[in-house]
Design a binder for this molecule. Sequence first.
Ligand code: FAD
Length: 317
Amino acid sequence: MSEVLVLVDFQNGAVKKPTFELLTLAKRLGEPSAVFIGGSGDAAGVAEAVKKYGAEKLYVIDDAQIKGYLVAPKAEALQQLAEKVSPAAILIPSGAETKEIAARLAVKLDSGLITDAVDIADGGLVTQSVFAGNYTLVGKVTKGTPIITVKPNSAAPEEAAGAAAVEEFAVTISDAAKTAQIVATQPRQATGRPELTEAAIIVSGGRGTGGDFTAVEALADELHAAVGASRAAVDSGWKPHSFQVGQTGKTVSPQLYLANGISGAIQHRAGMQTSKTIVAVNKDEEAPIFELVDFGVVGDLHTVLPALTEAIKQRKA
Ligand code: FAD
Protein backbone atom coordinates (compact mmCIF):
# COMPACT_ATOMS: atom_id res chain seq x y z
CA MET A 1 0.00 0.00 0.00
CA SER A 2 1.36 3.44 -0.89
CA GLU A 3 2.17 5.95 1.78
CA VAL A 4 0.07 9.03 2.35
CA LEU A 5 2.08 11.92 3.76
CA VAL A 6 0.43 14.02 6.47
CA LEU A 7 2.08 17.28 7.48
CA VAL A 8 2.08 17.57 11.28
CA ASP A 9 0.49 20.67 12.78
CA PHE A 10 2.83 21.39 15.71
CA GLN A 11 2.34 24.51 17.79
CA ASN A 12 3.54 25.59 21.23
CA GLY A 13 5.25 22.26 21.84
CA ALA A 14 2.23 20.08 21.01
CA VAL A 15 0.77 18.18 18.06
CA LYS A 16 -2.56 19.79 17.23
CA LYS A 17 -5.85 17.99 16.60
CA PRO A 18 -5.98 18.62 12.82
CA THR A 19 -3.00 16.24 12.51
CA PHE A 20 -5.07 13.41 13.99
CA GLU A 21 -8.00 14.27 11.72
CA LEU A 22 -5.73 14.10 8.67
CA LEU A 23 -4.19 10.79 9.76
CA THR A 24 -7.73 9.42 10.05
CA LEU A 25 -8.61 10.62 6.54
CA ALA A 26 -5.26 9.41 5.16
CA LYS A 27 -6.17 5.80 5.97
CA ARG A 28 -8.81 5.98 3.24
CA LEU A 29 -6.11 6.58 0.65
CA GLY A 30 -3.19 4.45 1.83
CA GLU A 31 -0.80 4.00 4.71
CA PRO A 32 -0.44 7.19 6.78
CA SER A 33 3.04 8.62 7.36
CA ALA A 34 3.42 11.80 9.39
CA VAL A 35 5.92 14.48 8.37
CA PHE A 36 7.30 16.75 11.07
CA ILE A 37 9.23 19.84 10.09
CA GLY A 38 10.82 20.97 13.33
CA GLY A 39 13.58 20.40 15.87
CA SER A 40 14.56 16.75 16.31
CA GLY A 41 14.39 17.33 20.09
CA ASP A 42 10.60 17.31 19.75
CA ALA A 43 10.49 14.22 17.53
CA ALA A 44 9.95 11.64 20.30
CA GLY A 45 6.90 13.50 21.60
CA VAL A 46 5.51 13.89 18.09
CA ALA A 47 6.03 10.17 17.39
CA GLU A 48 4.21 9.30 20.62
CA ALA A 49 1.25 11.46 19.56
CA VAL A 50 0.93 10.35 15.92
CA LYS A 51 1.37 6.62 16.57
CA LYS A 52 -1.97 6.65 18.44
CA TYR A 53 -3.69 7.71 15.22
CA GLY A 54 -2.17 5.14 12.92
CA ALA A 55 0.99 6.79 11.57
CA GLU A 56 3.29 3.97 10.49
CA LYS A 57 6.24 6.32 9.95
CA LEU A 58 7.30 9.71 11.16
CA TYR A 59 9.63 11.59 8.83
CA VAL A 60 11.53 14.22 10.75
CA ILE A 61 12.91 17.10 8.76
CA ASP A 62 15.10 19.00 11.17
CA ASP A 63 14.48 22.64 10.59
CA ALA A 64 18.00 23.96 11.15
CA GLN A 65 18.14 25.14 7.52
CA ILE A 66 14.48 26.08 7.42
CA LYS A 67 14.02 27.84 10.73
CA GLY A 68 13.70 31.53 10.44
CA TYR A 69 12.44 31.47 6.86
CA LEU A 70 8.94 31.75 5.52
CA VAL A 71 7.23 29.04 3.51
CA ALA A 72 9.49 28.42 0.49
CA PRO A 73 12.05 26.15 2.23
CA LYS A 74 9.27 24.03 3.71
CA ALA A 75 7.78 23.48 0.26
CA GLU A 76 11.22 22.52 -1.04
CA ALA A 77 11.74 20.06 1.83
CA LEU A 78 8.37 18.40 1.19
CA GLN A 79 9.15 18.21 -2.52
CA GLN A 80 12.36 16.31 -1.78
CA LEU A 81 10.55 13.88 0.52
CA ALA A 82 7.72 13.36 -1.99
CA GLU A 83 10.21 12.65 -4.76
CA LYS A 84 11.83 10.00 -2.57
CA VAL A 85 8.73 8.17 -1.31
CA SER A 86 6.28 8.75 -4.20
CA PRO A 87 3.26 9.04 -1.90
CA ALA A 88 -0.30 8.29 -2.99
CA ALA A 89 -1.28 11.74 -1.68
CA ILE A 90 -0.09 14.57 0.55
CA LEU A 91 -2.48 15.94 3.16
CA ILE A 92 -1.86 19.32 4.74
CA PRO A 93 -3.91 21.13 7.39
CA SER A 94 -5.60 24.23 5.94
CA GLY A 95 -4.12 27.47 7.23
CA ALA A 96 -2.72 30.65 5.74
CA GLU A 97 0.89 29.44 5.82
CA THR A 98 0.19 25.82 5.00
CA LYS A 99 -1.98 26.65 1.99
CA GLU A 100 0.91 28.64 0.57
CA ILE A 101 3.21 25.68 1.18
CA ALA A 102 0.68 23.42 -0.59
CA ALA A 103 0.45 25.74 -3.60
CA ARG A 104 4.23 25.97 -3.98
CA LEU A 105 4.53 22.20 -3.57
CA ALA A 106 1.91 21.58 -6.25
CA VAL A 107 3.90 23.71 -8.71
CA LYS A 108 7.15 21.95 -7.80
CA LEU A 109 5.64 18.46 -8.19
CA ASP A 110 3.57 19.48 -11.23
CA SER A 111 0.57 18.07 -9.41
CA GLY A 112 -3.05 18.92 -8.79
CA LEU A 113 -4.10 20.69 -5.59
CA ILE A 114 -7.44 20.91 -3.82
CA THR A 115 -7.67 23.32 -0.88
CA ASP A 116 -10.02 23.57 2.09
CA ALA A 117 -11.43 20.06 1.80
CA VAL A 118 -14.04 19.01 4.34
CA ASP A 119 -13.94 15.31 3.53
CA ILE A 120 -11.90 12.77 1.62
CA ALA A 121 -13.46 9.51 0.48
CA ASP A 122 -11.98 6.22 -0.71
CA GLY A 123 -10.71 6.62 -4.23
CA GLY A 124 -9.51 10.16 -3.59
CA LEU A 125 -12.84 11.94 -3.97
CA VAL A 126 -12.48 15.24 -2.15
CA THR A 127 -15.42 17.27 -0.84
CA GLN A 128 -15.28 21.04 -0.51
CA SER A 129 -17.94 23.23 1.05
CA VAL A 130 -18.46 26.25 -1.21
CA PHE A 131 -20.58 29.41 -1.32
CA ALA A 132 -20.62 29.66 2.47
CA GLY A 133 -21.74 26.07 2.88
CA ASN A 134 -24.66 26.31 0.43
CA TYR A 135 -23.13 23.76 -1.93
CA THR A 136 -20.79 20.87 -1.60
CA LEU A 137 -18.46 20.17 -4.45
CA VAL A 138 -16.81 16.82 -4.99
CA GLY A 139 -13.58 16.83 -6.96
CA LYS A 140 -10.58 14.67 -7.71
CA VAL A 141 -6.98 15.44 -8.57
CA THR A 142 -6.19 14.04 -11.99
CA LYS A 143 -2.54 14.98 -12.37
CA GLY A 144 0.53 13.96 -10.36
CA THR A 145 0.47 13.46 -6.61
CA PRO A 146 -2.81 14.71 -5.14
CA ILE A 147 -2.11 17.51 -2.67
CA ILE A 148 -5.08 18.26 -0.45
CA THR A 149 -5.43 20.83 2.31
CA VAL A 150 -8.13 19.96 4.83
CA LYS A 151 -10.04 22.35 7.07
CA PRO A 152 -9.85 21.73 10.83
CA ASN A 153 -12.77 19.79 12.33
CA SER A 154 -13.54 18.03 9.07
CA ALA A 155 -13.23 14.53 10.52
CA ALA A 156 -13.50 12.94 13.94
CA PRO A 157 -10.03 11.63 14.83
CA GLU A 158 -10.08 7.84 15.16
CA GLU A 159 -7.47 6.18 17.29
CA ALA A 160 -5.51 3.37 15.59
CA ALA A 161 -2.20 1.85 16.56
CA GLY A 162 0.68 2.72 14.24
CA ALA A 163 4.40 2.05 14.47
CA ALA A 164 5.43 5.71 14.01
CA ALA A 165 8.96 4.58 13.13
CA VAL A 166 11.09 7.70 13.19
CA GLU A 167 13.15 8.40 10.08
CA GLU A 168 15.32 11.50 9.88
CA PHE A 169 15.09 12.93 6.38
CA ALA A 170 17.94 15.18 5.34
CA VAL A 171 17.11 17.98 2.93
CA THR A 172 19.15 20.50 1.00
CA ILE A 173 17.55 23.90 0.87
CA SER A 174 18.55 26.04 -2.10
CA ASP A 175 19.51 29.69 -1.71
CA ALA A 176 16.63 30.47 -4.07
CA ALA A 177 14.20 29.28 -1.39
CA LYS A 178 15.78 31.41 1.34
CA THR A 179 14.37 34.67 0.11
CA ALA A 180 12.09 35.81 2.91
CA GLN A 181 13.32 35.70 6.47
CA ILE A 182 11.36 35.99 9.70
CA VAL A 183 12.70 38.98 11.59
CA ALA A 184 10.65 38.73 14.79
CA THR A 185 7.79 36.69 16.20
CA GLN A 186 5.45 37.74 18.95
CA PRO A 187 3.47 35.00 20.73
CA ARG A 188 -0.21 35.77 21.09
CA GLN A 189 -1.18 36.72 24.60
CA ALA A 190 -2.20 33.55 26.43
CA THR A 191 -5.86 33.61 27.48
CA GLY A 192 -5.84 30.35 29.44
CA ARG A 193 -8.80 29.25 27.33
CA PRO A 194 -8.79 26.36 24.84
CA GLU A 195 -7.95 26.93 21.15
CA LEU A 196 -11.01 27.94 19.17
CA THR A 197 -10.72 25.12 16.64
CA GLU A 198 -10.11 22.50 19.33
CA ALA A 199 -12.58 23.55 22.02
CA ALA A 200 -15.48 21.27 22.99
CA ILE A 201 -17.55 24.34 23.89
CA ILE A 202 -17.48 27.78 22.26
CA VAL A 203 -19.24 30.88 23.54
CA SER A 204 -19.39 33.51 20.79
CA GLY A 205 -20.43 37.13 20.78
CA GLY A 206 -21.57 39.37 17.95
CA ARG A 207 -22.59 42.93 17.33
CA GLY A 208 -25.34 42.43 19.91
CA THR A 209 -22.73 42.52 22.68
CA GLY A 210 -22.26 46.20 21.90
CA GLY A 211 -18.55 45.58 22.41
CA ASP A 212 -18.96 44.40 26.00
CA PHE A 213 -17.80 40.76 26.06
CA THR A 214 -17.83 40.54 29.89
CA ALA A 215 -20.90 38.28 30.04
CA VAL A 216 -19.68 36.14 27.11
CA GLU A 217 -16.25 35.66 28.69
CA ALA A 218 -17.62 34.95 32.18
CA LEU A 219 -19.84 32.19 30.76
CA ALA A 220 -16.95 30.82 28.68
CA ASP A 221 -14.74 30.61 31.76
CA GLU A 222 -17.45 28.87 33.76
CA LEU A 223 -17.80 26.28 30.97
CA HIS A 224 -14.04 26.02 30.27
CA ALA A 225 -14.95 27.15 26.76
CA ALA A 226 -13.22 29.13 24.00
CA VAL A 227 -14.49 32.58 23.06
CA GLY A 228 -15.50 33.26 19.45
CA ALA A 229 -16.78 36.31 17.62
CA SER A 230 -18.73 37.27 14.53
CA ARG A 231 -17.09 39.34 11.84
CA ALA A 232 -19.15 42.34 12.91
CA ALA A 233 -17.52 42.11 16.36
CA VAL A 234 -14.08 41.68 14.82
CA ASP A 235 -14.54 44.50 12.31
CA SER A 236 -15.61 46.74 15.18
CA GLY A 237 -12.25 46.05 16.82
CA TRP A 238 -13.77 44.30 19.84
CA LYS A 239 -11.88 41.06 19.23
CA PRO A 240 -8.88 40.17 17.04
CA HIS A 241 -9.40 38.27 13.80
CA SER A 242 -8.12 35.07 15.43
CA PHE A 243 -11.49 34.94 17.28
CA GLN A 244 -13.60 35.14 14.11
CA VAL A 245 -15.84 32.22 13.24
CA GLY A 246 -17.17 31.92 9.71
CA GLN A 247 -16.41 31.90 6.04
CA THR A 248 -13.47 34.26 6.37
CA GLY A 249 -12.64 33.16 9.90
CA LYS A 250 -12.29 29.76 11.52
CA THR A 251 -14.40 26.68 10.93
CA VAL A 252 -15.41 25.12 14.21
CA SER A 253 -17.39 22.04 15.11
CA PRO A 254 -17.64 21.86 18.89
CA GLN A 255 -20.03 19.79 20.97
CA LEU A 256 -21.77 22.99 22.01
CA TYR A 257 -21.81 26.40 20.27
CA LEU A 258 -23.49 29.34 21.98
CA ALA A 259 -24.15 32.30 19.67
CA ASN A 260 -24.93 35.47 21.57
CA GLY A 261 -26.08 38.65 19.85
CA ILE A 262 -25.28 37.06 16.48
CA SER A 263 -27.93 37.30 13.75
CA GLY A 264 -26.90 34.11 11.94
CA ALA A 265 -25.72 35.48 8.58
CA ILE A 266 -24.83 32.79 6.07
CA GLN A 267 -21.14 33.63 6.30
CA HIS A 268 -21.19 33.07 10.07
CA ARG A 269 -23.12 29.82 9.73
CA ALA A 270 -20.53 28.55 7.27
CA GLY A 271 -18.05 28.36 10.12
CA MET A 272 -20.21 26.80 12.83
CA GLN A 273 -23.21 24.99 11.39
CA THR A 274 -21.72 21.53 11.95
CA SER A 275 -21.55 22.11 15.72
CA LYS A 276 -23.27 19.24 17.51
CA THR A 277 -25.60 21.41 19.61
CA ILE A 278 -26.30 25.06 18.86
CA VAL A 279 -27.81 27.51 21.33
CA ALA A 280 -28.56 31.16 20.57
CA VAL A 281 -29.44 34.14 22.70
CA ASN A 282 -30.89 36.99 20.67
CA LYS A 283 -33.36 39.69 21.52
CA ASP A 284 -34.98 39.48 18.09
CA GLU A 285 -37.18 36.40 17.82
CA GLU A 286 -37.06 36.72 14.02
CA ALA A 287 -33.25 36.49 13.91
CA PRO A 288 -32.17 33.88 11.28
CA ILE A 289 -29.91 32.16 13.83
CA PHE A 290 -33.07 30.68 15.39
CA GLU A 291 -33.62 28.61 12.20
CA LEU A 292 -30.44 26.73 13.02
CA VAL A 293 -30.55 26.22 16.76
CA ASP A 294 -31.34 23.30 19.01
CA PHE A 295 -32.26 25.72 21.81
CA GLY A 296 -33.00 29.40 21.52
CA VAL A 297 -33.52 32.10 24.12
CA VAL A 298 -35.22 35.36 23.10
CA GLY A 299 -33.75 37.96 25.41
CA ASP A 300 -31.02 40.44 26.14
CA LEU A 301 -27.69 38.65 26.38
CA HIS A 302 -26.51 41.01 29.11
CA THR A 303 -29.33 39.63 31.30
CA VAL A 304 -29.56 36.03 30.09
CA LEU A 305 -25.84 35.17 30.15
CA PRO A 306 -25.11 36.32 33.72
CA ALA A 307 -28.19 34.38 34.88
CA LEU A 308 -26.98 31.28 33.03
CA THR A 309 -23.45 31.65 34.42
CA GLU A 310 -24.86 31.98 37.93
CA ALA A 311 -27.10 28.92 37.46
CA ILE A 312 -24.09 26.85 36.32
CA LYS A 313 -22.10 28.07 39.35
CA GLN A 314 -24.96 27.04 41.66
CA ARG A 315 -25.08 23.58 40.11
CA LYS A 316 -21.36 23.12 40.63
CA ALA A 317 -21.54 24.24 44.27
P1 FAD B 1 -25.62 41.58 13.16
O1 FAD B 1 -26.01 40.91 11.89
O2 FAD B 1 -25.73 43.06 13.22
O3 FAD B 1 -26.51 40.92 14.29
C1 FAD B 1 -26.51 41.34 15.62
C2 FAD B 1 -27.59 40.55 16.33
O4 FAD B 1 -27.55 40.85 17.70
C3 FAD B 1 -29.01 40.87 15.85
O5 FAD B 1 -29.67 39.66 15.49
C4 FAD B 1 -29.67 41.50 17.06
O6 FAD B 1 -31.04 41.17 17.20
C5 FAD B 1 -28.86 40.92 18.20
N1 FAD B 1 -28.80 41.72 19.40
C6 FAD B 1 -28.57 43.06 19.50
N2 FAD B 1 -28.49 43.43 20.80
C7 FAD B 1 -28.67 42.30 21.53
C8 FAD B 1 -28.69 42.04 22.92
N3 FAD B 1 -28.47 43.00 23.82
N4 FAD B 1 -28.92 40.76 23.31
C9 FAD B 1 -29.15 39.77 22.41
N5 FAD B 1 -29.13 39.98 21.08
C10 FAD B 1 -28.89 41.23 20.64
N6 FAD B 1 -19.48 37.09 9.34
C11 FAD B 1 -18.99 36.25 10.27
O7 FAD B 1 -19.49 36.19 11.42
N7 FAD B 1 -17.91 35.46 9.98
C12 FAD B 1 -17.30 35.47 8.76
O8 FAD B 1 -16.32 34.75 8.57
C13 FAD B 1 -17.83 36.33 7.75
N8 FAD B 1 -17.28 36.36 6.52
C14 FAD B 1 -17.85 37.17 5.56
C15 FAD B 1 -17.37 37.12 4.25
C16 FAD B 1 -17.94 37.90 3.28
C17 FAD B 1 -17.40 37.83 1.88
C18 FAD B 1 -19.03 38.75 3.61
C19 FAD B 1 -19.68 39.59 2.55
C20 FAD B 1 -19.51 38.81 4.89
C21 FAD B 1 -18.94 38.02 5.89
N9 FAD B 1 -19.42 38.05 7.21
C22 FAD B 1 -18.92 37.16 8.10
C23 FAD B 1 -20.37 39.08 7.66
C24 FAD B 1 -21.80 38.59 7.77
O9 FAD B 1 -22.46 38.78 6.53
C25 FAD B 1 -22.55 39.42 8.84
O10 FAD B 1 -22.46 40.79 8.53
C26 FAD B 1 -22.01 39.21 10.25
O11 FAD B 1 -21.93 37.83 10.54
C27 FAD B 1 -22.95 39.87 11.24
O12 FAD B 1 -22.45 39.77 12.52
P2 FAD B 1 -23.44 39.80 13.76
O13 FAD B 1 -24.40 38.67 13.64
O14 FAD B 1 -22.62 39.90 14.98
O15 FAD B 1 -24.15 41.22 13.58
